[in-house]
Every structure is written in C-alpha cells, then in structure tokens.
Design a protein around this ligand. Sequence first.
Ligand code: PMV
Length: 312
Amino acid sequence: MTVATAPGKIILLGEHAVVYGRPAIAVPVQQVRATAEVVNLSQAPPGEVRIEAPDVHFSAWLRDTPPTHPLRLLLRLCLEELRLKEFPALGLRVTSTIPVAAGMGSGAAVSVAIIRAIGQHFGRPIPVGRQSALAFEVEKLYHGTPSGIDNTVIAFERPVHYARGQPAATFRIAKPFHLVIADSGQPSPTAHAVAQVRQQWERQPERYEALFDAIGQTTESACRAIQEGRVADLGPLMDHNQALLEAMRLTTPLLRKLMEAARAAGALGAKLSGAGLGGNMIALAMPDRIAAIETALRAAGAVRSLHTEVRT
Ligand code: PMV
C-alpha cells in the first residue's frame, strides 16, 4: 500500500482579485490534511479502479462514475504523466480532515494527495511543479477560471506569493505569527462566489477593477510587512482587505459576527478567507489572546476553530 498526504491552505489576502491577475498570498495549514492510499487489486482486471471516500460516503468503480467526474480526469492525467498505457487494477481510498467547501483547499489537497500516492506507488514520484499543474487541471472542473493559487500553495507546502502568469514565489516570514481560523459552518460555494463577482465585474467594470487594484496593493503591503517582521501592521491590512471584500458582497451576517467577536476578543485584524459567502474567517492573534479569541468565536457561532502558527 502507498500512502501520501497534502495539507490544507488558507489565503491570507488577495482572494478573488487573484482571479483577475492581482497578487494573493497563501500559506499551507499542516494541521489538516487529505490522505490518499493506493493498493493493487489482484481480483479485478487491469484498468479498473475502486474508489472509497468514506468521509463523503462515496464508494464506486471509476467506470461507473459520470464522464465529468474529477477523478476520471485526475487519473487520466496521472497515467499520461507516468507514460503508462493502463493502470493495473487499483484501489484508491481518500480521506481528509480538511473541511469541505470552507475555503481551505480541500479539493486541491485531495488531488495533490492522489497525484503523490500514484507517483510513489509506481516508483516514480511526480515533481512538485507537475503536481501543482495536474491539480490545476482538475481545479478547472470545479470552477472554470481558477487562479491557480490553491494547487500551488498545497503542492509546494510553502507560503506563496501568487499572481497568474508569474512564477509562484515563496516568501520569507521574518517573524512567525498566529492565526485563528474559524469555520462559519455555512458552505462557501467557490463556483457561485466567483460567478457572482464576474457578473458584478461585467456590470461595473471600472468599480471592480478599482476594487481589485486596491486588494492587490493591500496584499503587496501585507507581504512586505510579513517579510519585514512587522506583524502588528498586518492586522489593519487584513481589516482593509475585508472591507474591500465586503464591498464585493462576499460577507454573510454570520461571518461579520465572527469577525467582530474576534476583534472584540483582541484580534489585531480579521477577514474572510477563500471564496466567501460562508466558509472560514481568519483572525490575527497575539499568542496570549489565542484562547480568548477561539472561545469568543465559538460563542459567536463558529462550528470549529483551529490555531496555526505561520512560519517559513
Ligand atoms: O474558497 P477557495 O479555497 O476555493 O478559494 C477561492 C479563491 C478565489 O480567489 C475566490 C478563487 C481562485 O481561484 O483563486
């Protein structure tokens, strides 16, 4: 049996604007992971793949899945990558502790874990850059215009400064800092949120271009603050990014309530993370406020929260 994993991720700043060519920064979240296990099946004919994904109560033979199923594309891409004509019969089991549709990259992490497991299973580990590229192809099935940030940060497992068309760059975190991540429990439908922004952008191109520019500038300022160890400067920049996302109508009353609770409990800044309309928010926390912020977030309605230290 071959086992491989991939982490979750969180976007620090720049979501949505990144779809329109502006920069975004994201970090891996190692506490939550997707895991893929691959085994040879002796009793089935070559080419057959049995998929088990107990977390989502999914169990099927690949051939019985619809032609548009993401795993079909993913396994075909892996086959081509390894220059194999056909897989022997395989069992593929996928599990994940990454909340689904919550802005933590669960889809991309599942793809990367599978790509890693398949490569290792055939004794030919797939290079990280290719893992990212293959996962990107699958991301396109989820929503037509992914920026590519999820697959990049998850495959490289490093803080990433990402802008479409530029090589992904990792950046130095001069001074580690702490984030509390809290899940609103409301699903964050990436495709829907991205489509909503596109519609608004088509209606009001100048206004949206200006919003994207402002998000891009805020992201660059935050990236500099992180590289220079100015952690306290990061809070107001997160708040400003949040105000811009609010102007794009991506916040919900519950997300707003969570952000207010976090700030009242001492967070230096807070914003939604990912596609919005639900999903996760993040709060920048000094170490002595982490517990209080988590308690406040749960009391305000977060279904779960976790704390992560962001370091290079
Ligand atoms: O919610 P997530 O993790 O799928 O992140 C979406 C981030 C967007 O910028 C809204 C879309 C994208 O492709 O970058």
